[in-house]
Design a protein around this ligand. Structure first.
Ligand SMILES: [Zn+2]
Length: 349
C-alpha cells in the first residue's frame, strides 16, 4: 500500500527532489536559456534516469517534469503541438519510476509553475493563465497524479489561480513561492501573508522554492512557519546567496578568471558558488527544528545533496548505503589495516 501525501506528512518529514531543469542541462539534454523540458519526448530514458536518481537519493515524490511545459513557452519555441504529448509523457515516465521504489511506491506529483505571462494590471492575462493551468491540470488528473505542486510563483495572485484550478480537479495542492530580491511577492504581499491566504484557501502545503539559497530563504520560511498552522515547505537552491545578493539571479563570482558570455553567473556559471552538502545539511537541520514538513532542493541540486537533506531529517534513502564513509580511505581512513606510510603523509598530500 502506498500512503497519500497527507498520511506521509502526518507520519513525519516528506522529501521532494526538484531541480530537473539544471540537472538535465548539466547532463546535456536541455538547453539553458529557453529551458523547455522537451526531454520527456526527445530523450525519455535520460529523464527517467534523472527521476530515478532523485528518488533513490531520498525523494518520496517523483515530480513530473512539466516545469515551463505550458502553452506560452511551447508557442515561443514553435512547438505548441507537442504541449499535450509532452505533459502526458512526463507524468507517465514519473509513474513508471515511482513504481520501481523498493520499499514504498513513490508519490507522483503533477507540476504547474510561473507562466511569466501573469500581469496584475491585465485581466486578460489572468484568464489566459487560468486556462493554461486548467488544461495542464486536466491532463494531470487524467494521468492519475497523487497531487500537484504549483511552484515558483512570484505573484501571489497567480499562485491563487493555480490553487483554484488544482482544487477544481479535486487534487491535493502543494503551493510554493519564488521570492525575488524585493523580499516579497511582486504584487506586494509579504510571503508569509501570501502563504497564509493560500493555506486558508485550501492548499495542503505552502512554502517557498527556488531563487534563494538556504541563507536567504530560511528567514522567510521561519516567518511562514510562525504564521501558518498547516504544513510548510522549503526547497532552496543550493547556492551561497547573501543578504546583498539574495537570489541566484545576481550572484557575483569574485574569483572568476574568464569573460562570461552571459550577463550574470546565472544560469551557466554558478558552479563555484555552490553550497557544500554539509552546509545543506545544516540548513535542513535548522528547517527541521523549526517545524518545516516538506523538504527539498531546487535548481542546482544533485542527488548526493538531496540524500544529505533526507538523512538530516531522519530518513533513509534507497542509496544511503553509498553515503560518505572515510574509514577505508588510503590517506584519511582509520582502518587498522591501512598503511601508515600513507596515513602519516595525509597533511603533506
Ligand atoms: Zn528552481
Amino acid at each position: 500500500m502506498k500512503r497519500t501525501l497527507q498520511q506521509r506528512l502526518q507520519d513525519g518529514p516528506v522529501v521532494c527532489g526538484e531541480g530537473y531543469l539544471f540537472e538535465l542541462e548539466r547532463r546535456g539534454y536541455l538547453q539553458a536559456g529557453s529551458f523547455v523540458p522537451e526531454v520527456a519526448l526527445e530523450n525519455p530514458q535520460a529523464l527517467k534516469q534523472t527521476y530515478r536518481d532523485y528518488m533513490n537519493a531520498g525523494s518520496d515524490v517523483v515530480l513530473a517534469f512539466t516545469y515551463n511545459a505550458h502553452r506560452e513557452k511551447m508557442r515561443i519555441i514553435g512547438k505548441e503541438d507537442l504541449l499535450e504529448p509532452l505533459n502526458r509523457e512526463a507524468i507517465r515516465l514519473a509513474k513508471e519510476v515511482a513504481q520501481e521504489h523498493p520499499t514504498e511506491e513513490a508519490l507522483v506529483a503533477g507540476n504547474v509553475s510561473n507562466t511569466n505571462l501573469f500581469d496584475p494590471e491585465d485581466p486578460a492575462s489572468k484568464e489566459k493563465v487560468r486556462s493554461m493551468f486548467a488544461e495542464m491540470l486536466t491532463w494531470c488528473k487524467e494521468e492519475g497524479v497523487d497531487f500537484v505542486n504549483g511552484e515558483t510563483f512570484y505573484y501571489y495572485e497567480e499562485a491563487q489561480i493555480a490553487l483554484e484550478e488544482i482544487l477544481k480537479q479535486d487534487l491535493p495542492a502543494v503551493i510554493t513561492l519564488g521570492v525575488m530580491g524585493e523580499n516579497k511577492m511582486r504584487d506586494g504581499y509579504e510571503v508569509d501573508e501570501a502563504c497564509q491566504k493560500l493555506q486558508e484557501n485550501g492548499a495542503l502545503v505552502v512554502g517557498m522554492n527556488c531563487f534563494r539559497g538556504p541563507a536567504t530563504m530560511q528567514p522567510y520560511v521561519n516567518k511562514i512557519r510562525e504564521t501558518v498552522d498547516g504544513y510548510v515547505a522549503a526547497l532552496p537552491v543550493p547556492y551561497r546567496t547573501t543578504e546583498e545578493h539574495p537570489t541566484f539571479f545576481n550572484l557575483p563570482d569574485g574569483g572568476c578568471s574568464c569573460h562570461l558570455p552571459t550577463e550574470t553567473t546565472f544560469p551557466t556559471s554558478l558552479d563555484p558558488l555552490y553550497c557544500n552538502r554539509y552546509e545543506i545539511a545544516n540548513w535542513a537541520k535548522e528547517a527541521y527544528d523549526v517545524g518545516v514538513n516538506y523538504f527539498g532542493l531546487c535548481c542546482g541540486a544533485s542527488p548526493s545533496m538531496l540524500r544529505e537533506v533526507a538523512e538530516t531529517v531522519g530518513r533513509e534513502a534507497v542509496n544511503s548505503k553509498y553515503s560518505p564513509n572515510m574509514e577505508k580511505h588510503f590517506l584519511f581512513g582509520s582502518d587498522e589495516s591501512l598503511k601508515s606510510h600513507n596515513t602519516q603523509f595525509r597533511t603533506k598530500a
